[in-house]
Design a protein around this ligand. Structure first.
Ligand SMILES: NC(=O)c1ccc[n+]([C@@H]2O[C@H](COP(=O)([O-])OP(=O)(O)OC[C@H]3O[C@@H](n4cnc5c(N)ncnc54)[C@H](O)[C@@H]3O)[C@@H](O)[C@H]2O)c1
Length: 448
């Protein structure tokens, strides 16, 4: 009997619904690993692909390298058949492959798609008929159709092409953005609706079936580009609104108005207002980076994304604003920044997480050091901080007991395990960039 592609999609759907489908997840990072565990909890046999052999070994040893994922969760996934590998040859065993690799910016603030293209080129030689390939990495609209599909088509020896409808031969491709908010436990991961855009209706339908097994709601859009743009709109919305409150905070400080009090009052309006909070600058893998994927792509269309550029300017200036405030606060205490001992509290880019990518703390420490301060840091999530793509700190976390030895403590990340009343009591001077000292009355606090 000849198996038509219509039969093939039904067959894959059945394999998904009966949990027999084999799912490969490429990139065992903050996005890929939790996703692998979600599928595993639903009794799929998952293979995690990663080029980092330490991650592969750790996972296969039943251990975790992400603080909020306990080792027991890896252990129980292992019992459900989860294993990690660096061997792309095993792609042939998969029905579905989901790509969750990094999409950073290069030194010129342009998209660096090398992880995506590297991954796709590694998958292509092993591609099988009827396989579904889904990209989850955040990227500019057009990446799936203009970059992923051509590389997959060019890189497989069997001459397979993307199947745009159920009747045609080939492989299926879709894009579905990750929408996780690290450290936010108020919404269960499966309650976050999953947006999906396919290269044709068959891919869309298959990808929606895959995600419906772990998410309560899937949202279909008409194309991968619409799904790519949806993710960017969400992050640009945050980036622009954070820039707005960061600017208004600076005005409020001059006018002696408490911006946090104002936001708390404004958010009582039951419609038309969503609260965003000012801070020391943007951090993380998404908000400081993703908007620039769109502004880069927009240039191809002779279009300037002015909101993104302006928000970028305001947000990028925030660590400098913090340092100016440290300088002013110290000088009011008769001390120059040069030679002053400064402790930065919090290295993570936000509260209660173990991720320091693009953290404003890194920039603030660098700026303070350049101006001659002797800087230390404390962060319960980072006993040491070595080198990254954009920093070389090589520092060790200083215990909080040492706070009285410092001329100034700068609160950059308001981890919930910090006892701020105690910190204020021990410190000579506190510069608070997060309103962490709200309700504490003391002359040594400078809020900025
Ligand atoms: N972290 C988040 O909260 C978050 C939220 C939404 C979207 N995203 C997006 O998801 C994507 C992944 O982000 P992340 O935070 O998980 O990154 P990550 O750096 O934590 O993980 C990426 C993993 O991919 C691996 N990798 C790199 N190149 C590879 C290759 N060629 N083959 C196999 N593995 C490879 C790395 O070793 C790493 O383990 C990015 O596009 C990011 O913008 C992240």
């Amino acid at each position: 009997m000849t198996v038509t592609y219509f039969d093939k999609t039904l067959e894959i759907k059945q394999r998904i619904e009966t949990r027999k489908a084999r799912i490969g997840i490429v990139g065992m990072g903050y996005v890929g690993l939790p996703l692998a565990l979600l599928f595993s909890e639903e009794h799929f046999v998952i293979t995690g692909f990663d080029v980092d052999s330490r991650k592969v070994d750790t996972l296969n040893g039943g251990r975790s390298y992400i603080v909020r994922i306990p080792g027991e969760e890896i252990e129980s996934a292992r019992k459900n058949g989860f294993a990690a590998t660096a061997d792309y040859g095993r792609i042939v065993e998969m029905d579905v492959v989901i790509i969750c690799v990094p999409t950073p910016l290069n030194e010129y603030h342009e998209p660096d798609l090398s992880y995506v293209t590297g991954t796709v080129k590694s998958i292509a030689p092993h591609l099988q008929e009827g396989q579904l390939i889904i990209l989850e990495s955040t990227t500019y609209p057009g990446t799936t159709e203009e970059v992923v599909v051509p590389l997959l088509e060019a890189g497989n020896q069997a001459g397979l092409k993307v199947a745009r409808d159920a009747g045609s031969a080939g492989f299926y491709v879709a894009f579905s953005p990750e929408r996780e908010d690290p450290g936010n436990d108020t919404v269960a991961r499966r309650d976050i609706p999953k947006v999906v855009g396919g290269c044709g209706p068959a891919a869309l339908s298959l990808a929606s079936t895959v995600y419906a097994s772990i998410f309560n709601r899937t949202i279909s859009v008409s194309s991968p580009a619409a799904a790519e743009m949806t993710k960017l709109l969400e992050n640009i919305y945050r980036c622009v609104n954070i820039a707005l409150v960061n600017e208004l905070k600076q005005l409020c400080l001059r006018m002696d108005i408490d911006i946090f009090e104002v936001i708390d009052a404004a958010k009582t309006k039951p419609f038309g207002f969503q609260a965003f909070y000012p801070g020391p600058g943007l951090g993380g893998h998404c908000i400081p980076i993703d908007p620039f994927y769109l502004s880069w792509k927009a240039k191809e269309f002779d279009f300037h994304t002015r909101f993104i550029e302006l928000a970028g300017q305001v947000n990028l200036a925030m660590p400098y604003f913090v340092v100016e405030n440290v300088i002013e606060a110290l000088s009011r205490h008769g001390k120059p920044l040069h030679g002053a001992r400064v402790m930065v509290l919090g290295m993570a880019y936000k509260r209660d997480i173990d991720d320091l990518r693009e953290s404003p703390s890194l920039t603030i420490i660098e700026l303070l050091q350049k101006r001659g301060a002797k800087v230390a840091y404390n962060d319960p999530f980072f006993p040491t901080v070595g080198q990254g793509r954009k920093y070389a700190l090589n520092m060790t976390s200083t215990p909080l007991e040492r706070i009285p030895d410092f001329d100034c403590v700068v609160i950059v990340t308001d981890h919930s395990q910090y006892d701020f009343a105690k910190i204020v009591k021990k410190a000579n001077l506190v510069v608070d960039t997060r309103n962490a000292t709200k309700g504490i009355e003391a002359a040594n606090i400078v809020r900025c």
